[in-house]
Design a binder for this molecule. Structure first.
Ligand code: 8X3
Length: 251
């Protein structure tokens, strides 16, 4: 029987590429995001391959998360795979000049949003004594870098939550995978730098960064392993990158 996956932040970047990779693997989809038109376009393109349901909500809004997920018909609560992908970086600079709105956006989206979605889906997995949760962390969750402070802290929290979930859900046969990408060229830096294309482009200049499909490919591989195998923690870097700050660039 075909598996069913729910993906947050499915309208762009790694989330969208993961939806496409899952569709190719024959995995039915519940796609979640804030942008209804983008969700509808993705649904239209992928529903030729698999069944696609969409839910429009912001992971930062706990009431909206709960209402949207609980509105699913029973058949769509039989979720095999949860990909907690929604999240972003907002701003980059020294801690002493941090913007509280940026801090809130990262803590609310990257940590609390992941928790709000998981809180609804985990009991459905426990009821079936099976499931696979894939949390999108970052190299930033493993190594803090200058001016990354709160973003790095939010991803360090994701690392801790992946471990915590793995421990607490162990009695229930639920797999947990932590995915930690390095530099991936998506809308990530454009959002981080608030639309400043020059700053955003500079992040990826002089070397070949990862693209969203590279990560999606690995996520798809991860969720299609045999029942007794879990890839627990995966750090994925472009070949040119050795750490957040060490990147071999062409002069
Ligand atoms: C994205 C990678 O190095 O910009 O999470 O934090 S990095």
């Amino acid at each position: 029987m075909a598996k069913l996956a729910i993906i947050t932040g499915a309208t762009s970047g790694i989330g969208k590429a993961t939806a496409e990779a899952f569709a190719k693997a024959g995995i039915n989809l519940i796609l979640c995001g804030r942008r209804a038109e983008r969700l509808a376009a993705l649904q239209a393109s992928l529903s030729t391959q698999v069944q696609v349901h969409t839910l429009t909500f912001d992971v930062r809004d706990q009431a909206a998360v709960s209402a949207a997920l609980n509105s699913l018909p029973e058949a769509l609560k039989q979720i095999d795979i949860l990909v907690n992908n929604a999240g972003n970086a907002h701003g980059m600079g020294p801690i002493q000049s941090g913007d509280v709105a940026d801090w809130d956006a990262m803590i609310d989206g990257n940590i609390k949003g992941l928790l709000y979605v998981s809180q609804v889906v985990i009991p459905w997995m426990i009821a079936r004594q099976q499931g696979h949760i894939v949390n999108l962390s970052s190299i930033a969750g493993k190594q803090t870098y200058p001016n990354g402070n709160v973003y790095c802290a939010s991803k360090a929290a994701v690392e801790a939550l992946s471990e915590g979930m793995r421990l607490d859900l162990n009695p229930h046969n639920i797999k947990v995978t932590n995915i930690a990408p390095g530099a991936v060229e998506t809308e990530f830096s454009l959002v981080r730098f608030k639309g400043d294309a020059q700053k955003s482009d500079a992040v990826y200049q002089g070397y070949q960064p990862l693209v969203a499909e590279d990560i999606a490919d690995i996520i798809a591989f991860t969720v299609t392993r045999p029942a007794h195998v879990v890839l627990a923690d995966i750090l994925i870097l472009p070949t040119a990158q050795a750490s957040p700050a060490v990147v071999k660039r062409q002069q």
